[in-house]
Design a protein around this ligand. Structure first.
Ligand SMILES: [Zn+2]
Length: 432
């Protein structure tokens, strides 16, 4: 007797007609035709069942602050930075917690059950860290939230930045952040990378830096980050977020850089929505896309996972907690339109990001946590195309969000009465 039995599921790896049995919050069996009693039986009707979406790069202290203290009228990065500067001194713990919890509600409805959030440590009051630690605890039953100590104004550049970051780690933030391209000089940037990797090694923590988020091909802090990762024995525990300068680098240099990154087992986190919005702003035409080299990094064996980065904050007025929207943009910007390409993009929103975050018990194999999402789509390709509706979101075997199937009714003479966008499969020869 199982707690829950999900029948007739399609899995991301292409298997169809699979049953998933759940007991005690874990997956007890996966396979075709499981015949057993269950407290609840759910017919997935040939829809895609996936492990939850995972966002490895977000800013939960800024999210949903759009409009405070005013709108970003120009939509530029510079006005966004100015806005955050105006907002930050007015932040209260209560308001930060409330906005973060509201975002987590949205995330759950989107099947997004693990998030790594950067937390700005530039204001020495550290009200951001206090608030997000409270949120981490509050959402633990339904979201795995990791917190990065992020010196937004520069580890060395901001007055008191060194002390504030270390105090934030003392308070219990999980990961060492950085922003080397924003330090005053290339040398300061490289020194910050070394210092922050040393802190991570001494404290036994992972590293996740905003790294080379610029179009300057000479912004090469990822090289230093990879080298310091090897030097401090941090292989596999370090992430490079953005890495947009790699888009503009010389190909010869990149041919030397990528193997070093692979040796250091760097986790690569592009943020397609933000990167296509904010990069190339100094170009006229041709205008660079600015996203890092996703295909080449994947082909070299690096773990690539995509982040949402921002939702309705001073830098980005859009976004909805939908990782499929992130993947949809990634397909376009990276021009990864092949069938296998799209499967890899779907993995970059799920299993790859789970690896970046070091999540335990993630997946749909026997013994994993019974965390999953049923989508209104047959397979990962359709899910990405439609940014598919989340019909059911499950955490440890309990349904924590449900949505009715999205179906429109039509009133057209001689045409069908209803339209389900997830009912438009590619045509197959001989089957119409
Ligand atoms: Zn970011």
């Amino acid at each position: 007797m199982f707690d829950v039995l999900i029948k007739n599921a399609n899995l991301p790896d292409g298997r169809e007609g699979i049953d998933i049995a759940i007991s005690g919050g874990r997956i007890a069996a996966v396979g075709p035709g499981i015949a057993a009693e269950a407290g609840e039986t759910i017919d997935a009707t040939g829809r895609l069942v996936t492990p939850p979406f995972v966002d490895p790069h977000f800013h939960m202290d800024a999210t949903l602050s759009l409009g405070l203290p005013r709108m970003n009228v120009s939509g530029t990065l510079l006005e966004g930075i100015a806005l955050w500067g105006e907002l930050r001194p007015t932040l209260t713990r209560e308001a930060l917690v409330e906005r973060a919890l509201r975002y987590c509600d949205l995330a759950v409805s989107q099947g997004l059950l693990a998030i790594r959030s950067h937390v700005d440590t530039s204001d020495p009051k550290l009200v951001t860290a206090e608030a997000l630690i409270e949120v981490r605890e509050a959402v633990a039953p339904y979201i795995d939230l990791q917190l990065v100590a992020f010196p937004q104004d520069g580890y060395y550049r901001a007055e008191g930045g060194v002390d504030a970051l270390n105090r934030a780690l003392d308070m219990g933030l999980d990961i060492v952040g950085g922003i080397p391209h924003f330090e005053r000089t290339m040398a300061d940037g490289a020194a910050s990378v070394a210092a922050l990797c040393r802190i991570a090694a001494e404290r036994g923590l992972p590293v996740d830096m905003h790294c080379d988020e610029t179009d300057d091909p000479m912004s090469r802090h990822i090289e230093t980050l990879a080298a310091e990762t090897v030097r401090f024995g941090l292989k596999g525990r370090v992430a490079g977020s953005h890495l947009t300068s790699m888009h503009s680098m010389d190909n010869y240099y990149v041919s030397k850089l990528i193997p070093l990154m692979a040796e250091a087992e760097i986790n690569v986190i592009p943020n397609p929505l933000i990167n296509i919005m904010l990069q190339g702003r100094h170009d006229t035409y041709p205008k660079r896309r600015g996203m890092t080299r996703v295909r080449e990094l994947m082909e070299a064996g690096l773990n690539v996972s995509f982040g949402h980065d921002c939702v309705m904050d001073p830098w980005y007025s859009m976004g909805s907690g939908d990782m499929l929207e992130v993947g949809h943009m990634a397909i376009h910007v990276a021009q990864m339109a092949g069938i296998e390409d799209k499967r890899k993009i779907f993995d970059a929103l799920t299993v790859n990001s789970a690896k970046t975050m070091g999540l335990q018990g993630y997946g749909l194999e026997k013994g994993c946590n019974a965390d999953l999402v049923i989508l209104q789509a047959r397979d990962p390709l359709e899910a990405l195309r439609l940014k598919a509706n989340r019909l059911l979101v499950m955490r440890r075997g309990n349904a924590i969000a449900r949505a009715a199937p999205r179906v429109s009714t039509l009133d057209l003479a001689g045409r069908p009465k209803t339209v389900d966008a997830a009912d438009y499969a590619p045509l197959r020869p001989g089957r119409g």
